[in-house]
Design a protein around this ligand. Structure first.
Ligand SMILES: C[S@@+](CC[C@H](N)C(=O)[O-])C[C@H]1O[C@@H](n2cnc3c(N)ncnc32)[C@H](O)[C@@H]1O
Length: 246
């Protein structure tokens, strides 16, 4: 039995990608994957959803392109791949998902679950008959998801530099990352967190960002401009959303 309940908020986002798997198959996939990060609607009619650990992504949805038609898309730090599969379902021409599987370390530390890596991604990939590619590449993309990762890399400027190289002229990187609580702000636009401070037993959240901090890093990484989109509190955690234009 998973420790994560599926709330209406998670269902609403998952329902953007209805999978409609046969109920027996849906239940076997549900059981076969030891940990889910994303909530997927395996079978809406039967109420079969994966119990994703990620909470309430509704605030992200309005920032997604209304139409992915024909775009090439890179999802960096894809984990179970919800956004990569959503882009594919929404008409993207080609979708590549990358992940260094760092999550194996913090899932083991926080929840005591040992993962091989890629279990959830492969399960959904098979269920939906996806063509999303899970590998490293050397090319440019029109649209890049950089969701939930900037605060988890040791060198966020380095990551943005790499993404700038991978973004086509006038292309977009949509960044979503950990913010800074008002009481911790104290004039800071980038804040270093203590190991385990943000999530107990998770030493892989290194940073929190304000919009100006993201814009500063983006400028140094060579982006043309940054649009601040949103700052929200989700489940007691500050999150920020910004669009970087190459
Ligand atoms: C919190 S999860 C976010 C998953 C998804 N992008 C989302 O926001 O819904 C962060 C993901 O980034 C991955 N990650 C961390 N550092 C990475 C790196 N240097 N390269 C690729 N993936 C990385 C982790 O393994 C994990 O899957």
């Amino acid at each position: 039995m998973s420790q994560f309940s599926v709330t209406d908020a998670e269902r609403q986002v998952a329902d953007l990608l209805p999978i409609q798997a046969d109920p027996e198959l849906a239940l076997s996939v549900l059981d076969a994957v030891p940990f889910w990060f994303h909530t997927f609607a395996l079978n809406r009619a039967e109420g079969i959803y994966t119990p994703g650990a990620a909470r309430d992504h509704r605030y992200r949805v309005s920032a997604l392109p209304a139409d992915f038609g024909g775009l090439s898309v890179l999802d960096v730090g894809t984990f179970d791949g919800f956004y990569a599969f959503l882009a594919e379902r929404s008409g993207a021409g080609r979708v590549v998902a990358v992940d260094n599987e760092q999550y194996r370390l913090w899932v083991a530390a926080r929840w005591g679950i040992e993962l091989e890596g890629g279990e959830g991604f492969r399960a959904i990939h098979g269920l939906v008959g996806s063509s999303v590619e899970y590998r490293r590449l050397d090319e440019q993309f029109d649209f890049v998801f950089c969701f939930g990762i900037l605060h988890r890399v040791e060198d966020p400027l380095g990551l943005l530099r790499v993404l700038r190289e991978r973004t086509a002229p006038a292309g977009t990187v949509l960044v979503e990352t950990y913010g800074i609580r008002p009481e911790d702000r104290d004039g800071k636009e980038i804040r270093a967190s203590e190991p385990g401070e943000v999530y107990a037993c998770d030493d892989y959240v290194y940073w929190g960002f304000g919009q100006a901090g993201i814009a500063r890093l983006a400028r140094d990484a060579g982006f043309e401009r940054t649009e601040a989109l949103d700052e929200v509190d989700v489940d007691g955690h500050p999150r920020v959303l910004a669009r970087l234009i190459a």
